[in-house]
Design a protein around this ligand. Structure first.
Ligand code: DAH
Length: 341
């Protein structure tokens, strides 16, 4: 083959190349150590010395030409394969998306939110207090001096002699009254966690929740407390639900009551059963005095609600531990029921 034929042969072959491997083989065939152009260079020796430079120049030009063509082809092959890949990987944005999995509200939080909403609509504000509380606020300011026998009602987690995990939300009453510096009215509720040294079982938990309520003003009477509690229970359970107030004892209220809610189960033959859901009473004058409030001029009522008990009754839950496990199957099943109610 002469130079011209080599060039023509190359032109013919390169058109058919479809991939980089074949392109490389073509390069070797023409430009490699044993390639056609290297071979033809050997012919130079057989030429007249005067013809050699022109021949060499020709060969080099063709080499360059072939090289350039190979480069161009390589580029276009790469471009084509990228385009094909992109086409294959194209995302179809018209596909419907996967469902996003939502959790749900814990029924306990739902009860707390409902109670907050109700009291805020009656002009109460929502207060907070520390979960690590001093002995002074958790007991003494609530008319439970050291060694008072009623302290046995609440087995406590002590951190030091003076510090403990609060056993009730009632210390927030004392804190809020002190904050008011003797000025009334005071109308607050305080939801939060409390802690007791109980062994966990289906009805006990070492940590549970309470919602405290406190109203202090001129002329606050027991009938105000009763009306408020009735309104609360009817809002949560509907107006036909029966409740009863039972005389009870708390050191920080006098008189004190406990409120039970009627519930029916299949195994008690339609007979009413009662479950205690809150404690309440008229604020003891000692508690008002210790917090700097004039107990001659002002009186008040207070209550402490157990949201777990309310949720158990309202949604038919029989094991308190399930509130704290956050099992998504429970929470989800619940959020549906919560929304329907
Ligand atoms: N702190 C009480 C308890 O944990 C509940 C309670 C009863 C709170 C009477 C009150 C109240 O504010 O007046 O058992």
């Amino acid at each position: 083959m002469n130079l011209k034929e080599i060039k023509n042969e190359f032109e013919k072959l390169i058109i058919e190349i479809k991939d980089e491997k074949k392109l490389y083989e073509l390069k070797v065939k023409f430009l490699g150590k044993k390639g056609m152009l290297t071979e033809i260079m050997k012919k130079a020796k057989t030429l007249e010395p005067t013809e050699r430079p022109a021949f060499g120049k020709n060969v080099n030009e063709i080499k360059e030409y072939i090289n350039q063509k190979l480069e161009n082809k390589k580029e276009s092959l790469i471009k084509k394969s990228v385009e094909e890949k992109l086409k294959k990987e194209e995302i179809d944005i018209t596909l419907p998306s996967r469902n996003i999995d939502f959790g749900g509200i814990n029924p306990l939080n739902k009860i707390i939110e409902d109670v907050e909403e109700l009291f805020v609509s009656m002009g109460y504000s929502v207060a907070e207090g520390p979960e690590v509380e001093t002995d002074k606020f958790n007991f003494e300011m609530l008319n439970l001096p050291k060694n008072h026998p009623a302290r046995d009602m609440q087995d406590s987690f002590y951190i030091t002699k003076e510090l403990l995990m609060r056993t009730q939300t009632s210390p927030v009453q004392a804190r809020e009254m002190l904050k008011a510096e003797g000025k009334c009215p005071i109308k607050i509720i305080c939801p939060g966690k409390v802690y007791r040294r109980d062994n966990d079982d289906s009805t006990h938990s070492h940590q549970f929740t309470q919602i405290e309520g406190l109203v202090v003003d001129e002329n606050i009477k027991f009938s105000d407390l009763k009306g408020t509690l009735e309104h609360l229970i009817k809002t949560l359970f509907g107006k036909d639900r029966k409740i009863r107030l039972r005389p009870s004892f708390f050191p920080f209220t006098e008189p004190s009551v406990e409120v039970d809610i009627a519930w029916e189960t299949e195994d008690n033959n339609g007979e009413e059963k009662w479950l205690e859901v809150l404690g309440a009473g008229m604020v003891h004058p000692n508690v008002l005095k210790m917090a700097g409030i004039d107990s001659e001029k002002y009186s008040g009522f207070a209550f402490g609600i157990g949201p777990e008990r309310i949720a158990m009754l309202k949604y038919g839950i029989t094991d308190i531990r399930i509130f704290y496990e956050n099992d998504i199957r429970f929470i989800k099943q619940f959020s549906k029921e919560v929304e329907e109610k």
